[in-house]
Design a binder for this molecule. Structure first.
Ligand code: ATP
Length: 235
């Protein structure tokens, strides 16, 4: 579904990605793990077109998207849930949700997807007239995911959905990510919480200073001695 080949991305003179290659199959949950600054966010930004790679190729459903605008990439079916959620604090929960559908014109489909978001996240229905800024961290994460679903993505890019949330809330969010995947959405999940991410993912990649250093089925990575000591704090 998505293939990155030798992608190199920069911020000015700083090279954040040094030739990243990875692939995601339809229906998978794939996780990217790695330390702070390894390039996980930059990988997502390069896919969604926020950062333009200087080198390499990104192909989505057979189309080269390396140089396309973010708007075009969203309309092809890739939506990113940014780190920090980026909720509009002075818009209501419902208005925030509907911002996700800003490129769509199919009113009935949008209505259907709004209902679906409320089914996945009942708390958003309860709070739909409340300002986004008044939600708890966990609720804001739910709203950010719900908003992304309003774009009806084929591939959902999630950047650190567990960041700053209490363990029970994280569990709930991860269950919902699995549910979204079962509903047919392919997921690329960036996480500091490698343990949780590898538990729901089918496959994973380890990034170190802008390079993929390890890849494989999530169960293999969970048992890999290097992953266990460096990213899981085990052994
Ligand atoms: P984190 O978990 O801390 O977000 P990450 O693995 O997502 O880490 P990136 O955010 O992709 O890492 O950062 C990769 C490299 O690019 C780091 O060295 C970082 O300092 C640098 N970098 C990221 N954003 C910028 C920016 N806007 N300007 C300059 N350098 C940046």
């Amino acid at each position: 579904m998505l293939k990155l080949t030798d992608v190199a991305s920069y911020y000015g003179n700083i090279q954040a990605l040094k030739g990243v290659s990875l692939h995601i199959g339809q229906g998978e949950i794939v996780t990217l793990i790695g330390a702070n600054g390894a390039g996980k966010t930059t990988t997502l930004m390069s896919i969604s077109g926020v950062v333009q790679p200087k080198q390499g190729r990104i192909v989505f459903l057979g189309e080269d998207i390396t140089r396309l605008s973010t708007e075009r990439i969203v309309s092809l079916g890739i939506t990113q849930v940014p780190e920090g959620r980026m909720i509009f604090p002075r818009l209501t929960v419902r208005e925030n949700l509907l911002m996700g559908a800003y490129l769509r014109k199919d009113k009935a489909g949008i209505r259907e997807d709004e209902e679906h978001a409320y089914t996945l996240f009942p708390v958003l229905r309860e709070r739909r007239t409340q300002m986004g800024g008044t939600l708890s961290g966990g609720e804001q994460q739910m709203l950010a995911i719900g908003r992304a679903l309003l774009a009806r993505p084929k591939l959902l890019l999630l950047d650190e959905p567990s960041l700053g949330l209490a363990p029970l809330v994280v569990e709930n969010i991860f269950e919902i990510i699995e549910q979204i995947n079962k509903d047919g959405v392919t997921v690329l999940l960036v996480e500091q919480n490698a343990q949780m991410a590898l538990q729901i993912a089918h496959r994973g990649y380890v990034l170190e200073t802008g390079r993929v250093t390890l890849e494989g089925p999530a169960s293999d990575l969970l048992n890999d001695p290097k992953v266990r000591s460096a990213y899981l704090g085990l052994d």
